[in-house]
Structures are given as C-alpha cells and as structure tokens.
Design a protein around this ligand. Structure first.
Ligand SMILES: [Zn+2]
Ligand SMILES: [Zn+2]
Length: 591
C-alpha cells in the first residue's frame, strides 16, 4: 500500500516544520469537523492553532480527486504552499476516511456485522467509531457493572450484556485483515460501534490492555515447540508449574520458572541449534524464545553495526562473552544477543542488566515501533522503508533522531571508559573477528561554521568541535552523522537540535554559493546558526558584509486583518525550514 494522495499532497507541499506542527495540532485533537458535502467532495474543519488561541477554518475541496484537490485556510501564513492548519486538517481527513466515518449521514450501520478498523483495542479509535453518548454510557456502566464474558479464545470474545430488561449478545473477533469483526443485535445505525460493543471493548482494554486479542490467539503449536526444547509439552501434567508464557507484541515468550529444568539436546532434525554468532542474518522467527544462558564471568559488549545503511547509519547490538580479569577485553569468541528476544538475566551482573535494558530500547524493533506510533504512516511505515532504498523521508529520520538521541546520550555519559564498545564495519559479517574495538567520548560535540571567499563564490564549511578538537565532516570515518567516528572514537552531538541544525551542511562538507545565491543563504541559513554557534567569517568576507549588513530584518507588522504580530512568529518558527533537506529550495551547489 502506498501513501494516500492526501498524505502525498502534504509531503509534497509542506515544509518539514509545517508538517511537524500540523501533525502535532492533529495529534492533540485541535481539528474539529464542521461539515462535509459528499456530492462535491468537500469538507470543512475548524482548526485551533498550536501557539495561539486562534481558530481558523480550513476548506478542503475535491478531496477525492488527486488532480483537482485544493485546500484553503483563513490564516495569514504565506511562506509555503500549505500551512500547518491545512496539514492538520488533511491528516484528520485521512483518518476519517480510513475509519469510514466522514460524518456522512447517509451511511447506515447494521450492528449485526460491522468491521472496526483497528489492530489493537485502541481508545482513540473506539471514541471515533462510537457516538459520544455511547462512550459516556459505556464508561458509566463499567463503573458498577460488567459484561458477562461467555468465552474468550482463538481471538474471539463472546459476551452477554444485561441492560435493564434487555439482553444483548455481543461478539468481537479478529478477522483475516487483523481488524475486528463485531456483532450485536441492537438497532444503532449511525456509528459502527454501538454502546454494547463499546462497553465490551472498553472492559477488555481496561482489564487486559490493548493487545488482549493477541494473547488469546491460539498459539498452542508454537508453545509446544518452545516447550519441546526442554523436553516438555502442554500435555504433560504440571508443565505450567515449571514454565510460564508471557506475551510481548502479541507473541508468546517462554519463561522457565523451575531452575532445575534444563534444555535438552535437540533431536535430530528437530529444534534449530542456538544460532552461533557467525550467522549474519537472524531469521525472523514467529516464536521467540531462544533462551541463552549467561554465565557469571561474562560481560555485555556494545556493537555499533554499520551494516545498517538507513538512518542513522548504524544499529545498536549487544554481544556477550567471557572477559579478561580486568574486564577490559573479551577472551575468545563472543555471542550475539538478540535484543528483540527474551534474554534471561539470572546470574548477570546488575550493571549489565541495566545496560541491557538500555540497549533493548535502542534496538531496531523498538525504533520502528516508536516511528510507527508517531508517524502519519502508522501501520504502513514498513512498506515505505522497502520502497525507499536510498533513504527515509526527512520526517521519519527526525522521529528516529528524536527517539534515539537521548538514549545514546545516556549510554555515552554513563558508559564512557566503562563498557566494551565495538563497531562492525559495513559489509562485514557479524563474527567476533570482524568486531573492532572503538572508544566513545562523552565530551559534547557542537557545530561551527566558517565562511570563506573563493574567487567570486562564498564557501561555507561546517565542522564539529569537541573540546579543542575540530572535526572536518570529510574525516568522519563512517556514514553516520548523528554519531561521528573520528580517530577510532565515537562522538555524539551535545543536543539533538545541534545535529538537526547542521545535518544538511554536514552531508556536503562545504557548500559553495554564487554571489547571487549568497545573500539569501546568509539570511536563511547562516544567520540563524550564528545565534547559537560559532561562525567565523574570513577577514575579506567581513569587509564585504559591511555594505549589506547581515542584520536580521524585523518582519513587517501591519495591523490589517491578514497581518498581525503573529506574522513574526511564523518567520521565527520557519527559521529552519529551508535548512532541512528540501533540495528544490536550495541554491546551486558544487561539491
Ligand atoms: Zn493556516
Ligand atoms: Zn448493540
């Protein structure tokens, strides 16, 4: 599935800043539906601004036709093709379309069978798919009463509800698309979820959490396979005293409760052997419980795997191995730990347990989950990655940086000179021999610019400074700009904002501007950076500037309807807009 044309429209026309804020406005629920004309394909929203208590009307016309689509907002923003209110409204419209609830009164729902498009029991979706009255009644009902659950297995819940004298049988089950089929006998026609279904869903959500249906999936075959590794099956009496299954992301994980139970040698052709570290690719297994034993004299090592090409240019992995007496190096081979799976921590040093927890959060799966939750491509995010071999959308990269950065910072600060760090160069398989020891530095790295003149042209160099050390991005020894590798030491930016502010300049190393392009570049790119970072102008350059005076112009303020002091905030807010990767708005460049 590709992007809908509405989202494409947003991503093609909105600046990064507009998209980010539009998404925020939508997420906090500032977009109110006003009216919809099915025939004309037009819809109107009332959108509250994220900074001011001002409301704007956004009209979207011909939304069904990608070629004729037009959007209009009553705000004075005119720095880009679309504003954040229009962006927010388009996200809202997409959500309404996805859920089949575009306030279209002509749709009649038959409660005997309605399909509810959500993957987990999600409160926000439930609220959108039921009427406000149903939600309120359901919440009230649940304070004192409950639906009577008759059966809950194989991703299907049957319940009965007694309200007054009436009796309502309700069924909710997962269908093949992983959405919910729901059924009730009542006459509610305006919303796909009647009050009874709402009661049952909220009750399940409160009692068991959003992934409840996964936990009642029939995993018997997979569970038996896991138990088999220990010589047990679910037919054995008392197996549940020795083992326990927990569910994470809807998959069963096996926990051995009885320490006397040991893994048995796998039968020939039976269980796959625990994967040795030599194996570069880890197969995606539906069932996850390759339990490994971690011994006392062992230690966790951290690997920056540069094999991972998409942003940020590395993946964080963990290895485990026997360490020398001083604990400063591994003896012999190390074992790769699969951070996506359950790793028993009994007998592991406490600091390693904490470290492991931190590393788990930086694992690709966790990053994906974060992006998926926060991206407008929720649920289809994976599809996009596969289509874009040469990089993720700038927006997604910003989400990844936002998620990963604080965790990296913590790792750098806490583990400098403590944990064992390695890097795996691009193109090398994950074997002990290929892991290169690397140092990390907790000293903050900040950007610095230098502007020089080369003939007619202006050249902007961007550097990274760590204490007295000046790092030229050209000397970065690997592909990641979020963490820079220099002289076999890894450096991290002081703040994620530092990285965001200069990342486009880092990629180029130096940016060359013609005299025609220079004034705009100076205003839009260099001056904002000069407020926070060191910017050196070459002497001859400074003289040159004398005429043009690189002072920030105060935005005009007109007291008419379309102009207000708000105008200045737009200018301020969009300061970084052109600094991000929007090649079309960039002046010509030479390498
Ligand atoms: Zn607007
Ligand atoms: Zn009902």
């Amino acid at each position: 599935m590709g992007l809908s044309h509405l989202l494409k429209f947003v991503y093609n026309n909105g600046t990064d800043e507009v998209i980010r804020r539009g998404k925020k406005i939508h997420a906090i629920g500032y977009v109110e539906f006003v009216e919809h004309d099915e025939l004309l394909g037009s819809v109107t929203f009332r959108v509250k601004d994220d900074n001011y208590t001002t409301f704007y009307k956004v009209h979207i016309q011909q939304y069904k036709d990608p070629r004729a689509l037009s959007v209009r907002c009553s705000c004075p923003y005119n720095l880009g093709d679309i504003c954040r209110h229009e962006t927010a409204a388009l996200f809202q419209l997409q959500e309404l379309l996805d859920k089949n609830i575009l306030g279209d009164k002509s749709i009649v729902y038959h409660q005997r069978h309605t399909v509810v498009k959500m993957k987990t029991i999600d409160l926000k979706s439930i609220r959108m798919l039921s009427s406000p009255e149903s939600c309120e009644t359901a919440e009230k009902f649940l304070r004192t009463q409950k639906a009577n659950i008759i059966q809950a297995k194989d991703e299907r819940v049957e319940a009965s509800l007694d309200i007054g004298k009436d009796h309502f049988p309700v069924v909710i089950q997962k269908n093949e698309e992983r959405n919910f089929d729901t059924s009730c006998k009542c006459e509610e026609e305006s919303h796909p979820l009647c009050v009874h279904k709402t009661i049952l869903l909220l009750q399940l959500l409160n009692a068991f959490g959003p992934n409840y249906f996964d936990s009642i999936r029939n995993w018997e075959k997979e569970k038996n396979k896991l138990l088999e590794a220990y010589g047990y099956s679910m037919n054995d009496e008392g197996w549940d005293k020795k083992f326990e299954f927990t569910y994470k992301d809807g998959k069963p994980f096996l926990r051995v409760l009885d320490p006397s139970v040991k893994r048995i040698a796998p039968p020939v052709g039976g269980m796959p052997k625990p994967k040795p570290v030599e194996q570069a690719k880890v197969e995606e297994n539906n069932v996850a419980a390759e339990t490994m034993t971690v011994l006392n004299d062992q230690k966790i090592g951290i690997v920056f795997n540069a094999h991972h090409k998409t942003f940020p240019g590395f993946a964080i992995e963990a290895v485990n191995g026997e360490v020398s007496d001083g604990g400063d190096r591994f003896l012999g081979k190390v074992e790769k730990l699969d951070l996506a799976k359950f790793i028993p921590t009994e007998g592991m040093a406490e600091e390693d347990q904490t470290l492991l927890q931190g590393l788990r959060k930086m694992h690709l799966g966790e990053i994906n989950k974060y992006v998926s939750r926060n991206s407008p491509f929720s649920g289809i995010w994976e599809n996009i990655i596969h289509q874009e071999e040469d990089g993720l959308p700038a927006d997604t990269e910003a989400l990844i940086a936002e998620y990963l950065y604080p965790k990296l910072k913590k790792l750098f600060v806490e583990q400098e000179n403590k944990a064992l760090f390695f890097r795996l160069p691009t193109g090398k398989s994950f074997t002990t021999g290929h892991l290169l020891p690397v140092r990390i530095s907790a000293s903050p790295m900040v950007p610095a610019l230098r502007v020089e003149k080369e003939g007619e042209n202006f050249v902007v160099h961007c550097k990274a400074m760590v204490n007295e050390l000046d790092i030229d991005p050209a000397d970065n020894e690997w592909a990641s700009d979020l963490v820079i590798l220099y002289d076999n030491c890894l450096y991290l930016w002081d703040k994620v904002e530092d990285f965001e502010a200069v990342r486009h300049l880092l990629e180029e190393g130096k940016t060359i501007l013609t005299p025609e392009d220079w004034p705009a570049f100076l205003q839009k790119q260099v001056m904002p950076l000069a407020r926070q970072y060191k910017v050196d102008f070459e002497k001859s350059r400074v003289k040159e500037v004398g005429k043009g005076e690189p002072k920030i112009r105060r935005p005009l303020r007109k007291r008419a309807n379309t102009w207000s002091s708000r105008r200045s905030s737009h200018t301020r807010a969009t300061r970084y807009v052109t600094m991000k990767r929007t090649p079309s708005s960039f002046p010509k460049r030479n390498r």
